[in-house]
Design a protein around this ligand. Structure first.
Ligand SMILES: *[C@@H]1O[C@H](CO)[C@@H](O)[C@H](O)[C@H]1NC(C)=O
Ligand SMILES: *[C@@H]1O[C@H](CO)[C@@H](O)[C@H](O)[C@H]1NC(C)=O
Ligand SMILES: *[C@@H]1O[C@H](CO)[C@@H](O)[C@H](O)[C@H]1NC(C)=O
Ligand SMILES: *[C@@H]1O[C@H](CO)[C@@H](O)[C@H](O)[C@H]1NC(C)=O
Ligand SMILES: *[C@@H]1O[C@H](CO)[C@@H](O)[C@H](O)[C@H]1NC(C)=O
Ligand SMILES: *[C@@H]1O[C@H](CO)[C@@H](O)[C@H](O)[C@H]1NC(C)=O
Ligand SMILES: *[C@@H]1O[C@H](CO)[C@@H](O)[C@H](O)[C@H]1NC(C)=O
Ligand SMILES: *[C@@H]1O[C@H](CO)[C@@H](O)[C@H](O)[C@H]1NC(C)=O
Ligand SMILES: CC(=O)N[C@H]1CO[C@H](CO)[C@@H](O)[C@@H]1O
Length: 868
């Protein structure tokens, strides 16, 4: 499968880098260079360990990589030759020409095939396990190495147990696959060709979902002078904000890796960020007083300064507020030699109040949290991060009215937070799915004792300047949640967040810890998973008991609903209840392994959206909810865990197609959008004369249903009703139409009609013009339509894709959780009438990409996408 390539999302830094490269060596020396290391890697995966190495044998050399993030005694790098230097893959002389050429971000498992030996259904059946080696030659100039220079490798995420070798020497590593890390290459680098080799290892049974595999996020090389701003070395806060003025506090950590004391000057100016370009614009809006200090050789020094920003443009969540951003540009000069380093720190000016009675107050206004939980994978692209694919996920969620995202259950790619800042989405930044006690045999509990401080601290330090982050989540459904140990761990993790940030509170997703437990007593924001709405058939909510015990603490539903459904699938009879536990006689199509899209069914611990809405509205002090999940994801295919490949929880399916639930949430979260949505589809040759319930989701307050023009009655939404249902409709071919009203006035309409047999393919692109960076994507949707152009709801025709022009088809999908055809396949069966192809440009090549879709017996279709 062609791999995924990254461009630099840090536009400003990239621009600086290009300019410096053009003007040459002397200028390049004066400031930092951060360049992408994503291109030109060789890769090989081994099912069985090919080198005899393991984390245990390498650990003593890897632990020192955490030294900047631990407060206990630092680890000393052992003396002597580190292990692994005799392994052939780390050597210059190794011939890797037979290995796969890959471009990062790269997920080695996503190409499949499904059914990998030793990988369970919950893990997604893809071959993520085993050992992976990546190799690359890094060319360095004489000016890049030696006295006065530092070289760092920055890895935004490597799945997992990374160990990094440069020129045959083990440099260090980082085991937790979701966290970013930096290694100092300076002592091991040389002018000329350097061999960089990275070993990764994924144990089977190490995850409860599909984790992905490999160097799946961006990798960077950073060159700085010996006097420079330390890693994650800036912190911007706005301790007091009014309409006329904001106080901006800046803290910069300057590091001097040279042998002598340096006189250092720091100047920082603040600019507005242009929302469309993401770059500084206009004149400086504020300037921090210039500071001069002496930094002794071998030390770090923190410099604090403060300034006032007049008439600040605030950052706030969309759509009610605007996500304005600023950037602080800090320049460091040393010993009168001009600028030796320059860093940019984007931030937002906003206030947050966590109110036990009112919920979340942002910039003085109450904001009800309309959140979703999402996993890190990007459907058929796998875990390999792609900026456009992540942006598409957020855009479709924004259309639904989502204003908050929980990065369940781990640290996201840094660029996801840039996107959340830009679009005005509030983020609950989560860290861990387990603490000290395991969920599965080889999960994070193995790393807990030695790594949790470093993982928590480095994550908060890295992301604390993002205005989108409104809470840190210290864990999800930890088995330790109800024990005394849980209280101790929560205290420790919250303290780390306060030390590194101090402006947000911490939360955790608790599925069974109750009021009075050690953990809940200390947790700043109790987060309730499912217990807030009452689990399964129970309507007993624990919100009241949490609220009465901790009246001053804000509480929210960190994980709600877990409704399951398969897009376009309807199973009869339909429950008459508002919520129902899914099973072979309740919502499941056991033969097909699908779940009904009446959007009322859920596992035993969960709830329908309707039930969650009822309970949220009953307890208005609750700050809001994070629905499980916004998008479907690979793995965890409850209730068909052993047979399917991907989840049923998503409001949006794995391909990005909306399930019916989308309009149920949109009606509640964006009541300003006139909307009505009627289900099911109306092409049921086997159901003539049978009761076929019709449900309507609408932002109106009343609706009338017509079957072949005949009214079935007008219904008003009563209190505690979030859908209108006509449960006794008898199916006859023809058309169902709904007319919705609001305050007695016509508000919106929708209809479904009985369609004919498949006749042709209707092909559309989400964007018909994309960048030619070899990274940008167009998402191509194919609908199987009848001769009138209406989608055939049960169509499953096999569609073949091809492309003409400077681009490639990366993957195909249809959102069917049981489809075991590997994602790179150019042939994909339509599912419920639809299929998707993802198209990527080729780097540096411009032109028209003609994407063709054909299917036996049908008229084909095409769309043209312009790259360049
Ligand atoms: C610092 O001094 C040590 C010992 O004198 C020397 O080996 C090293 O190269 C010096 N480092 C730099 C960055 O000048
Ligand atoms: C400087 O700012 C940092 C971060 O806000 C803070 O932890 C530290 O106490 C401040 N130092 C001084 C001397 O004010
Ligand atoms: C400034 O440049 C001089 C001459 O190259 C050098 O000796 C000195 O160390 C530099 N000072 C700093 C702070 O980098
Ligand atoms: C609901 O709560 C009541 C009172 O705490 C308890 O008696 C009852 O058993 C609970 N019902 C369920 C289904 O959990
Ligand atoms: C399951 O789906 C198949 C294929 O659409 C259909 O023939 C069958 O009737 C369905 N079964 C149930 C229980 O809905
Ligand atoms: C899946 O397989 C496991 C292990 O064989 C078994 O315990 C479990 O019950 C199965 N789950 C389902 C839903 O069939
Ligand atoms: C639907 O029909 C059943 C059986 O005829 C009846 O008991 C029920 O009340 C009807 N429901 C509605 C909403 O009309
Ligand atoms: C067919 O394609 C056109 C654009 O070419 C689009 O407007 C329309 O919605 C598509 N129809 C279906 C059923 O997808
Ligand atoms: C020679 C020396 O002491 N260099 C130090 C410069 O500062 C960094 C940390 O800031 C140390 O790691 C170096 O040892």
């Amino acid at each position: 499968m062609p791999s995924l390539k990254s461009s630099s999302p840090s536009g400003l830094l990239l621009l600086g880098l290009l300019l410096l490269t053009v003007v040459g060596h002397t200028v390049a020396q004066s400031s930092r260079k951060r360049s992408s290391l994503n291109a030109d890697w060789r890769f090989s995966r081994f099912v069985d360990n090919p080198d005899g190495l393991s984390y245990d044998t390498l650990k003593a050399w890897i632990l020192p990589s955490s030294n900047d993030f631990i407060t206990r005694a630092k680890y000393q790098r052992p003396t002597g030759t580190p292990p692994g230097s005799d392994v052939q893959y780390v050597k210059d002389s190794f011939d890797d020409s037979k290995w796969d050429p890959v471009t990062l971000p790269h997920d080695w498992a996503i190409k499949g095939p499904f059914g990998a030996p030793g990988v369970s259904g919950p893990e997604g059946k893809l071959p993520y396990n085993g050992v992976g080696w990546y190799r690359k030659t890094v060319k360095l100039g004489t000016g890049d190495v030696g006295s006065g220079k530092n070289l760092y490798l920055e890895v935004d995420g490597a799945m997992s147990y990374a160990s990094v070798f440069l020129n045959g020497v083990l440099v260090g590593g980082w085991p937790y696959g979701y966290n970013a890390f930096r290694l100092d290459l300076t002592p091991y680098a040389k002018a000329g060709d350097n061999t960089l080799a990275i070993r990764l290892q994924n144990a089977p049974d190490s995850s409860r979902w599909y984790p992905g595999a490999g160097l799946y996020r961006n990798v960077w090389l950073v060159k700085v002078n010996s006097v420079h701003v330390a890693q994650y070395g800036t912190k911007v806060t706005t301790p007091s904000v009014s309409a006329g003025s904001a106080t901006v506090d800046l803290s910069v950590t300057i590091e001097n890796t040279s042998n002598s004391t340096k006189r250092v000057d720091l100047v920082t100016e603040v600019y507005e960020v242009d929302a469309s370009t993401g770059k500084a614009t206009g004149d400086a809006k504020a300037t921090f007083k210039s500071i001069s200090i002496s930094v002794a050789g071998g030390s770090k020094q923190v410099v604090n300064s403060t300034t006032e920003l007049s008439n600040p443009k605030l950052w706030g969540p969309a759509p009610e507020q605007t996500p304005n951003q600023y950037v602080a540009i800090s320049k460091v000069s040393a010993g009168g030699n001009g600028t030796v380093d320059s860093v940019e720190t984007k931030f937002g000016v906003r206030t947050l109040v966590y109110d036990g009675n009112k919920g979340l107050i942002v910039n003085g206004a109450h904001v009800y949290v309309k959140g979703v939980c999402n996993h890190h994978d990007l459907g058929s692209l796998g875990a390999a991060f792609n900026y456009r694919a992540a942006e598409r996920q957020l855009q479709i969620l924004l259309e639904m009215g989502t204003n908050a995202l929980r990065t369940s259950h781990n640290m996201p790619a840094p660029e996801l937070l840039d996107l959340a800042d830009k679009y005005g989405i509030m983020v609950m930044g989560e860290t861990f799915d387990t603490w000290k006690t395991k969920k599965v045999a080889n999960d994070y509990h193995l790393l807990w004792d030695e790594w949790h401080e470093a993982d928590m601290r480095s994550y908060v330090r890295r992301e604390r300047n993002h205005p989108s982050i409104v809470a840190w989540s210290i864990g999800n459904e930890m088995p330790d949640q109800s024990s005394a140990l849980g209280g101790q761990i929560a205290t420790e993790l919250q303290n780390i967040a306060r030390q590194e940030d101090g402006t947000r509170k911490s939360t955790a997703g608790l599925n069974n810890a109750g009021p009075g437990t050690a953990l809940v007593n200390v947790l700043e924001i109790p987060g309730l998973n499912y217990q807030g709405e009452g689990k399964g058939t129970s309507w007993n909510s624990t919100y009241p008991s949490f609220h009465s015990r901790y009246p001053d603490k804000m509480i929210w539903g960190t994980e709600t609903a877990s409704t399951v459904s398969t897009r376009g699938t309807y199973v009869f009879p339909v429950t008459s209840g508002k919520t129902a536990v899914v099973g072979p006689s309740a919502g499941e199509n056991v033969t097909m392994q699908y779940v009904s899209s009446y959007e009322l069914y859920h596992p035993s611990w969960a709830a329908s959206p309707d039930k969650v809405f009822i309970q949220q509205d009953k307890y208005p002090y609750v700050a809001g909810e994070f629905v499980w999940t916004g998008w479907d994801y690979i793995g965890e295919p409850t209730p068909f865990d052993n047979t399917s490949r991907s989840s049923y929880f998503g409001i949006i399916d794995l391909a990005g197609f909306k399930k019916d639930r989308f309009w149920l949430y949109q009606a509640r979260w964006r009541p300003d959008i006139p909307q009505a949505h009627v289900l099911p589809h109306w092409t049921w040759p086997d159901r003539v004369g049978k009761v076929t319930p019709v449900h309507v989701f609408t932002s109106g307050d009343e609706a009338e249903l017509f079957v072949n023009g005949k009214s079935q009655g007008r219904k008003k939404t009563e209190p505690s009703e979030y859908r209108l249902r006509w449960d006794n409709v008898t199916y006859v071919p023809g058309e169902i139409e709904v007319v919705a009203y609001k305050n007695g006035k016509k508000w919106a309409e929708d209809s479904k009609k009985t369609v004919g047999s498949p006749a042709k393919l209707n092909v559309t692109a989400d964007r018909t013009s994309i960048g030619n960076d070899g990274y940008d994507l167009s998402f191509i949707t194919v609908a199987v339509v009848d001769k009138n152009g209406d989608t055939v709801p049960m169509a499953s025709n096999a569609i073949s894709f091809s492309i003409d022009g400077p681009g490639e088809i990366v993957s195909t999908d249809n959102g069917d959780p049981t489809d075991m055809v590997a994602f790179p396949s150019l042939t994909r069966k339509a599912f419920s009438g639809m299929a998707l192809a993802i198209v990527r440009s080729k780097p540096g090549e411009s032109g028209s990409l003609k994407v063709l879709a054909t299917s036996s017996g049908l008229e084909g279709g095409e769309v043209v996408v312009r790259a360049g």
